[in-house]
Design a protein around this ligand. Structure first.
Ligand SMILES: Nc1nc2c(ncn2[C@@H]2O[C@H](COP(=O)(O)OP(=O)(O)OP(=O)(O)O)[C@@H](O)[C@H]2O)c(=O)[nH]1
Ligand SMILES: [Mg+2]
Length: 465
């Protein structure tokens, strides 16, 4: 897999567009220093030609054939101890669209090629500095929405997942050795005879570890991607008021008129390290109004997509058919029933609601107007999506759907290995399944990979990473 042949030299702007303190043009490849020498004129006497020392910074002018383009600080890093394992230069220009773009254009004119998305990290992988799971962690770090997501991604970047996978592959290799001894010398007795029970125990132990990793994905995915959480209920129950109370500003329009919200309004809220994507929706009702009808349609779609529904009832209003209908719909997924407007007299009959819909009676009592009950709701939301749901406090979490799919495939092979569909446990067939599980697991770290897999992964990156 290791490839150390030189690639062409690539360059890109590594900072986000828009105004900023600095903008960075990053260059990697064997012509990096030649290109920099060509366009960079350091202040002071020391010429760059004789002094390209790794991990040094120089201040000077970036010049085209005639004009000065910018004054910049240039960092120089020599292969192989760099991000890509190639020569790298980072030109720290003044932030803002013009200077950085002009510098990039100059670098490209002098022979670099514009980098593809994720190409710097792809080179780090291809040149063997990091494995594929670690490369994916880089993207997760860039995209982390909460401290917890960052922590999980950093653990993966440090190689914890890769170590675990490599450990499992090693265990499978040991099983294979036992099996192959038997295949090679089927008639010999004593030492070479395969001990089926021992093999079964060893395989089950790998299966168990795979199952734990697979189970961690429910939690891992939540920490990484967040949970779409729909505020649902009939009109005027206070959904938008709850959204605003959470966000602590008047994000959505609130009026006493039923049917105020028409579109779905999404905002992110971080609770105990979990990103919740709160979606305020139009109140569910029957309507002839075209706009309201469309709003209700969107609310229903949002409820279907949501990982959690905050089902809101107005405590100051008697129940009606719409409440019952909504409760029945929400019941098929994960939901928290909320009685809002507790600052008013409670006229809603909770017993009737539970009896008629079969929903759970553990309501959260809230006054969006006064902000009471929010803490309890936050606690319940967190419990519901993490602890309550999976019971999981995992030392190692799988957060990528790609890894999850691979782990499930590998587990399936191992299940076949010890319990073949035809019931016949042949060492040859078992060896085949174990080997195939090993190959499948190798896709996580990139030990086994294809151009398509790499493209799929790195195309998700931004240019310049
Ligand atoms: N007293 C009291 N009034 C509330 C409370 N929450 C919301 N309201 C009022 O109820 C009315 C409707 O609130 P909204 O937040 O717009 O309700 P909604 O569910 O988003 O309504 P639609 O968008 O029409 O579906 C407004 O007049 C709010 O001020 C509360 O906790 N107590
Ligand atoms: Mg509303």
């Amino acid at each position: 897999m290791l490839r150390t042949t030189p690639f062409d030299t690539i360059a890109a702007i590594s900072t986000p567009p828009g105004e900023g303190g600095i903008g960075i043009v990053k260059i990697s490849g064997e012509n990096t220093f030649d290109i920099v020498k060509n366009i960079f004129h350091p202040h002071g006497k020391k010429d760059l030609n004789n002094s390209v020392r790794s991990f040094t910074m120089r201040l000077g002018y970036i010049k085209g054939d005639e004009d000065i383009v910018d004054e910049a600080l240039v960092s120089l890093m020599k292969a192989p101890h760099t991000y890509t394992r190639e020569d790298i230069a980072e030109i720290n220009c003044h932030g803002g669209a013009v200077a950085v773009n002009k510098v990039l254009r100059l670098v490209l004119m002098k022979g670099a090629r514009l980098a593809e998305p994720g190409e710097f990290t792809k080179r780090a992988f291809i040149n063997g500095r990091i494995d594929l799971a670690q490369a994916e962690a880089v993207l997760d770090i860039v995209r982390a929405k909460t401290g917890k997501a960052l922590e999980t991604a950093l653990t993966q970047l440090k190689g914890s997942l890769s170590e675990k996978i490599n450990g499992l592959i090693q265990k499978l290799k040991d099983i294979l050795v036992m099996l192959e001894a038997n295949i090679d010398f089927p008639d010999e007795e004593d030492t070479t005879a395969v001990d089926i029970d021992k093999l079964k125990i060893a395989t089950h132990s790998v299966q168990k570890e795979l199952k734990t990793l697979i189970a961690s994905y429910d939690t891992g995915k939540i920490y990484k991607d967040g949970v779409l959480t729909a505020l649902a209920g009939k009109p005027n129950v206070g959904k938008s008021s709850i959204l605003n109370a959470f966000l602590k500003f008047e994000r959505a329009i609130v009026t006493p008129i039923p049917g105020t919200t028409r579109d779905v309004i999404e905002e992110q809220l971080n609770l105990n390290g979990i990103p919740f994507i709160l979606a305020d929706t139009a109140g569910i009702t029957e309507s002839d109004n075209v706009i309201e009808k469309e709003g209700v349609k969107r609310s229903r779609t949002c409820m279907d997509r949501a990982g959690l529904i905050l089902l809101v009832f107005d405590g100051s209003c008697p129940l009606d058919r719409r409440d019952f209908e909504l409760a029945k719909k929400a019941k098929s997924g994960r939901y928290i029933p909320i009685i809002n407007k507790t600052d008013l007299t409670l006229t809603l009959n909770t017993e009737e609601l539970v009896r008629k819909t079969g929903m759970k009676p553990d309501f959260v009592y809230l006054s969006a107007k006064e902000g009471t009950g929010l803490k309890e709701l936050e606690k319940k939301m967190t419990e519901m999506v993490v602890t309550g749901n999976t019971g999981g406090d995992y030392s190692l979490m799988v957060t990528s759907s790609r890894h999850y799919t691979i782990l499930k495939k590998a587990l399936k092979e191992l299940l076949y290995a010890v319990k073949p569909p035809d019931g016949d446990m042949e060492p040859e067939l078992m060896a085949y399944d174990v080997r195939s599980a090993m190959d499948i697991l190798g896709e996580i770290t990139g030990e086994v990979t294809t151009t398509e897999i790499l493209n799929e992964i790195f195309n998700n990156f931004c240019i310049g990473k």
